[in-house]
Design a protein around this ligand. Structure first.
Ligand code: IVH
Length: 692
């Protein structure tokens, strides 16, 4: 071994050790500054000596920002689910069933049921080799690149369990009922739950709100969404955590589940402190009672308790049903709910005219906050609950941000209580509401004159992803509207400095900033202008597609429903919504005004991609699904750059443009024939270099 290699290996081991103490044990050994210094030192050595690259090096925790595709992998042991119980009686039934089947003394390990997304990790020779999502239980997505960024998941296991003598590790070894068992098996699988801590979840949603991105409903969705991000460096920023709870393999370190967890803890995995070995049913019940309350103080979400027979031999004897083990069961916590009174229902009008009913409640305490309002979603939900004013209703949070009404105590309903009738007219402008067939929501069709729709459209128009106009927040727009200074989006461009400067809480300086930003927005590309108009169903992606296909507002305005539907990914609702929008005189006038003002009403041909012959003579197969372009667009790009697109793989195929979920048959054929795969990103980079 060279001196340099030795140095690199030592640095890696030291950094792994510090990382373990910091993240898994929450007992930092050195300052962040010292850690960063050592990491930078390692990074430099690795950069200078790329032959010693290791995907499990601590430098790799930051994740690559090259888009990855997830391939599907079959689980060696299928990932089963657990039977559920909901009360103490059902838990006792499970206990007695096990007792009867085993007919010998047994122990039950109680654990928390972490509410995240499950993961299977494979380790070989002490190194993480693969991380796979649950998928359908038989096969899942290989998300190793993303999982490497989770700091509580060890990339290299603690060799120190044998060599080093840190106080903590000595204690674990000494505590272990099976000293020899500490040897790390050559190959094993360990399963656990990837979680987004509450705090990280809340911060992430705050950030998404500010960026006008859709919010995650709960930390579980946020964790699984994050794990599927294509860009590992984005995953690294999301600060996921993980608890491991189940070890599988041929040569496990112990013959009990608790022994395996203890060994896993010594290897460097994060194992919950809440694991408890119980010898009797009352002990199990105490555990449940204790954690039902105490879980509210945990930094991560839990939704129940898992009970497992401790002895692995007894587990084997009990076996499995088709869906789940007979040796384990979940007890699900009751979602926290509160009983309160429905005072009234109010109706909000969104920017597209969609009406959202909201329940106004007598204030009530629920999971640490006071709840006064709950979402009712739409008329069907109200009908389903058979809601009456004055009803005693149950509100639940269930991990969602906005509480919802889950039931009505109709036994205590007042005889003369008034049934909640969904409104027939817009509460803001009085226009009769419409409800399209098959749609859950009611709409106010008075797009051009209904105040919240006009204001909502303006707010959308100026937002960051649309025209990105600084200084015009919701409040300012409200003021402008109420003072008659802006009645539609074109009016925004007619504002004078004096108009703005005289508004409440506004001065000349802010006024100038707004005007400057409005002026700059005249350069915003056509696709974003189209998105900014706020036409129903025309989101960012649809706007981009329309702009690249039709190229101008004029072409878009004269397109029929059929023509629009012939465009890839444009369906009937979108097409009809566009045609209806452009049929209205007010909208035609608005577009004419915006054109006069100088907004971009066509794509700038200058920035359009030009052809090249970089793919000349190449035969390319497209397979899978893609992020940035549709298949048709990719076909066009291949042709524009001189290549040929074909359907099936042969020895003449130059490469496969491979997206997500490429079929396994194609993958196998490609491997057999040695045909290389290019990701969408790599393909784009290839043609990008050769633009005119
Ligand atoms: S053991 C065969 N232990 O709950 C037993 N699962 O419905 C495998 N979960 O998919 C699971 N905390 O995602 C086990 N302490 C825990 C758990 C746990 C959460 C999840 C896991 C699994 C689901 C079972």
């Amino acid at each position: 071994m060279t001196n340099i290699e030795q140095q690199i290996l030592e640095l890696r081991e030291r950094l792994n050790h510090y990382n373990y103490h910091y993240y898994v044990l929450s007992q930092p050994l050195i300052s962040d500054f010292e850690f960063d210094k050592l990491l930078a030192e390692l990074q430099q050595l690795e950069n200078e000596n790329p032959q010693y690259f290791d995907p499990n090096s601590p430098t790799q925790r930051v994740g690559s920002d090259i888009n990855q595709n997830f391939t599907q992998v079959k689980h060696e042991y299928p990932m089963l689910s657990l039977g559920n119980t909901y009360n103490e009686g059902e838990v006792a039934d499970f206990y007695n069933r096990v007792a009867k089947a085993l007919n010998t003394p047994f122990e039950i390990v109680c654990e928390l049921k972490y509410d995240g997304t499950s993961i299977s990790l494979i380790y070989e020779k002490g190194e993480l080799v693969r991380a796979v999502t649950r998928g359908d239980g038989e096969k899942g997505d290989d998300v190793t690149g993303n999982v490497r960024t989770i700091r509580t998941i060890p990339l290299t296991l603690n060799k120190s369990t044998r060599q080093r003598t840190d106080e903590y590790e000595v204690r674990i070894i000494a505590d272990s009922p099976n000293h020899q068992g500490i040897e790390i098996p050559d190959k094993f699988e360990i399963r656990g739950e990837i979680l987004m801590p509450w705090k990280v979840f809340e911060d992430l949603n705050k950030e998404r709100e500010a960026q006008e991105e859709p919010l995650f409903a709960n930390p579980r969705n946020a964790a699984s969404g994050t794990l599927k991000l294509q860009n590992a460096s984005e995953v690294a920023k999301r600060k996921l955590d993980a608890y491991l709870y189940y070890m599988l393999g041929e040569n496990l370190p112990a013959d009990t589940h608790s022994g395996c967890l203890q060994a896993a803890s010594a290897y460097g995995f994060k194992i919950s402190d809440a694991v408890k070995v119980c010898k009797t049913l009352p002990e199990v019940m105490d555990y449940i009672k204790y954690w039902d309350k105490e879980r509210k103080n945990l930094p991560v979400a839990t939704d129940g308790i898992v009970l497992k027979v401790n002895s692995l031999t007894q587990q084997k004897n009990l076996g499995y049903t088709a869906k789940s083990p007979r040796w384990a069961i979940a007890y699900k916590f009751q979602a926290e709910r509160a009983l309160t009174t429905l005072q009234s229902v109010s109706y909000q009008v969104g920017r597209t005219g969609a009406i959202t009913p909201v329940a106004n409640l007598d204030p009530v305490q629920l999971s640490g906050t006071v709840v006064k309002r709950a979402s009712l979603h739409n008329a069907d939900i109200i009908e389903g609950l058979d809601l009456h004013i004055g009803d005693k209703v149950y509100v639940e949070k269930g991990g969602e941000i906005i509480p919802k009404i889950t039931g009505v105590e109709s036994s205590v309903r007042d005889l003369f209580a008034e049934k909640v009738q969904f409104i027939t007219h817009c509460p803001e402008c009085g226009t009769p509401l419409v409800r399209d067939e098959g749609e859950a929501a009611h709409y106010c069709p008075n797009e051009a004159h209904c105040p919240p729709q006009i204001k909502g459209k303006m707010v959308h128009f100026v937002s960051r992803k649309a025209m990105n106009i600084d200084g015009l927040g919701e409040e300012t727009i409200d003021l402008l509207y109420r003072n008659g200074l802006a009645r539609n989006i074109a009016d925004l461009y007619r504002l004078k400095l004096l108009d703005l400067a005289l508004l409440e809480r506004m001065g000349e300086k802010s006024g100038r900033r707004i005007l400057k930003s409005l002026e700059a927005s005249k350069q915003v590309p056509f696709a974003r202008v189209l998105f900014a108009l706020g036409i129903r169903y025309v989101g960012e992606t649809v706007a981009k597609r329309l702009s690249s296909k039709l190229k101008s507002m004029q072409a878009l305005m004269s397109a029929s429903v059929e023509e629009l539907m012939s465009i890839d990914e444009i369906g009937e609702s979108i097409a009809q919504s566009l045609v209806a929008y452009f049929a209205q005189d007010e909208n035609k006038q608005l577009i004419a005004d915006l054109q006069d003002i100088g907004l971009q009403m066509a794509i700038d041909e200058q920035t359009q991609p030009v052809g090249s012959d970089v793919l000349k003579g190449k035969t390319i197969v497209i397979s899978g699904t893609f992020v940035q372009h549709s298949r048709d667009e990719l076909k066009n790009l291949i042709e524009q750059h001189g290549g040929k697109n074909t359907g099936s793989i042969s020895k003449n195929t130059s490469f496969i443009l491979a997206g997500d979920n490429m079929g396994p048959a194609k993958l196998e054929k490609a491997t057999q024939l040695g045909v290389p795969l290019l990701s969408e990103q790599e393909f784009l980079a290839l043609i990008e270099q050769n633009h005119g």
